[in-house]
Every structure is written in structure tokens, then in C-alpha cells.
Ligand binder design. Structure first.
Ligand SMILES: C[S@@+](CC[C@H](N)C(=O)[O-])C[C@H]1O[C@@H](n2cnc3c(N)ncnc32)[C@H](O)[C@@H]1O
Length: 159
């Protein structure tokens, strides 16, 4: 019997002035969950983080609906303290996030965070910056996400 695998590793390169560059490897599964492949928005957001890396260095970053986590991983690479989160009911997405951190030798905190489900550890996060790529695609989820942002910011020091 033949089995086909849909898991692949994609490489994402980021270039800056002079000889600064970095590369992030992402484990993707094109046939599975939304959170198991890289969406175009996250490539754009990751590039933004890289281009503004001096602002992200030493910041406390929270990524919502991180999925394969490319923007958060770039932030970790440039020296931010990063918490990657995704739907707590999707252990396969959270496991993949841990594997991707390991693959890139980056030490991020990985947390199940379902929008609108308030949990004590969430209130302790106090990020300086919240990242979210392609997380406003569903109108009911968007409302919870919006509320979460407001709450998270109101507990955080402003830049
Ligand atoms: C379109 S994907 C974007 C993934 C990733 N940010 C990217 O751009 O590659 C949406 C992400 O939101 C997550 N998500 C969907 N509903 C959620 C919820 N209610 N709470 C937390 N995360 C959720 C999905 O698991 C998925 O990772």
C-alpha cells in the first residue's frame, strides 16, 4: 500500500542592509488545519517584523492565531521574548508550533489561547506588542479577538 505525505519544510529568508540576513524553517501540512500552513499575510507580517527589528528586540510579543508562527519566530530571532498562541482545542497546531521552535532553535512560550476564553495565564502575559496574521477572517471570531486585544492592551504598559 502506498502512503502519501503532505508534510513539507519551507524556508523563509529575510535580508537587510549590509550582510544581515536570517532564515526560518517552517513545518507545513497542506492537507490539514488552517494553522498548519503559512498564510500569505504571515509572510508580509514577518517581513515587517524583520524590517523593524530594532523595535522588536527585547520586547514582549504575543502572537494570536499564530499557526505556523512565522512572524513570532522572526521576532524571537531578533531578540524578543515571544509567546505563540493558537486555539487551545487544536493540539496538533500547538504541537507543530513547538516542533517549529525546536527546528529553529528558538525558545518561545507556546500556549493554547482560544479567543474569548479567559484564563488566568492570559492575564499575566502583558505584551508590549500583539501580532496577528490573517486572524480576522471569521466575523464571530473577530469580535472575540477584538475584545481580547482591548483587554490585553489595557493590562499592558504602552510604548
Ligand atoms: C488563517 S489561519 C492564519 C494562521 C497564521 N497566523 C498565518 O498567517 O499563517 C487562522 C489561525 O487562527 C487560529 N484560530 C481560529 N479560530 C481561533 C480561535 N477561536 N481561537 C484561537 N485561534 C483560532 C487557527 O487555528 C489558525 O491558526
Amino acid at each position: 500500500m502506498m502512503t502519501t505525505t503532505t508534510t513539507t519544510i519551507s524556508q523563509h529568508n529575510f535580508y537587510g542592509a549590509g550582510d544581515s540576513e536570517t532564515c526560518i524553517s517552517i513545518i507545513e501540512n497542506l492537507k490539514e488545519e488552517y494553522g498548519l500552513f503559512v498564510w500569505p499575510c504571515s509572510v508580509i507580517l514577518a517581513e515587517y517584523v524583520w524590517q523593524h527589528r530594532s523595535r522588536f528586540r527585547d520586547s514582549s510579543i504575543l502572537e494570536l492565531g499564530a499557526g505556523t508562527s512565522l512572524p513570532g519566530l522572526v521576532a524571537a530571532k531578533v531578540g524578543a521574548n515571544v509567546t505563540l498562541t493558537d486555539d487551545a482545542t487544536k493540539p496538533e497546531v500547538l504541537d507543530n508550533m513547538r516542533r517549529v521552535c525546536e527546528l529553529n532553535k528558538l525558545n518561545c512560550n507556546v500556549l493554547g489561547l482560544t479567543w474569548g476564553v479567559w484564563d488566568a495565564p492570559i492575564l499575566d502575559l502583558r505584551p508590549n506588542i500583539i501580532l496577528g496574521a490573517d486572524v480576522l477572517y471569521d466575523s464571530s471570531g473577530s469580535f472575540h479577538l477584538f475584545l481580547f486585544w482591548v483587554l490585553a492592551f489595557s493590562f499592558s504598559p504602552c510604548e
